[in-house]
Design a protein. Structure first.
Length: 218
């Protein structure tokens, strides 16, 4: 079974992808990692993609889909997080998965914009260790200096203006995928409440994918 995660930035998709990969053997596919792998190995697709990146251009969807198709040969279950981002990409991936006779489920992370803002703009990171704090859920020291003496920072894409921009891009480019995948002729769309705790969301996803026995053991 293949799985597509869909939802706004800050919905918890990355966290759940790691859990799903470790617990159930699905392989998380990152288009960025796949492109870098092909470039490193010097494949024909890698060379073509490199030419676009060297010019500062986006790699065309047909090249990305070709890279995805090649990578799918290595895995019986794939997890897509961060792709597709647009309806044309979804159409191309849908055609590929149907051609390969690979059924898939789309997990929609349902969470409000206020929650997204709170989650993202409250994060502080130790740039040396990667340790993450949050103003509400895991408060940093008052002086925002970690125990190892490192000054905590706020990532550029977690600053309020950046979060607003990321959400605008999501609403414009990616949110239309909800209607696309709601069409029963395509994969199965399941909505999960992403405001729940990490463990509760994990269980809901496991149940949606038919991993009920495993979910019960978490």
């Amino acid at each position: 079974m293949d799985v597509i995660f869909l939802g706004p930035p800050g919905a918890g998709k990355g966290t759940q992808a790691q859990i799903l990969e470790k617990a159930y053997g699905l392989h998380q596919l990152s288009t960025g990692d796949m492109l870098r792998k092909n470039r490193h190995e010097g494949t024909e697709l890698g060379k073509i993609a490199q030419a676009y990146m060297d010019r500062g251009d986006l790699v065309p969807d047909d090249i990305i889909i070709a890279v995805v198709e090649k990578e799918l040969e290595n895995w019986t279950g794939a997890l897509f997080d961060g792709f597709p981002r647009t309806v044309p990409q979804a159409e191309a991936l849908d055609a590929l998965l149907h051609r390969k006779n690979r059924p898939y489920t789309v997990i929609l992370f349902d969470v409000g914009e206020d929650t997204i803002h709170e989650r993202l703009t409250g994060r502080w990171v130790n740039p040396k260790t990667g340790r993450v704090f949050h103003d509400r859920f895991s408060p940093p020291p008052d002086d925002r200096i970690d125990a190892d003496g490192t000054q905590l920072i706020q990532r550029e894409d977690d600053k309020p203006e950046a979060v607003r921009h990321r959400l605008e891009v999501y609403h414009r480019q990616t949110e239309p995928l909800i209607a696309y995948y709601a069409d029963a002729r395509r994969g199965r769309l399941v909505k999960v409440d992403a405001t729940k705790s990490v463990s509760e969301v994990s269980k809901d996803i496991a149940n949606a994918l038919g991993f009920r026995d495993m979910a019960a053991t978490q």
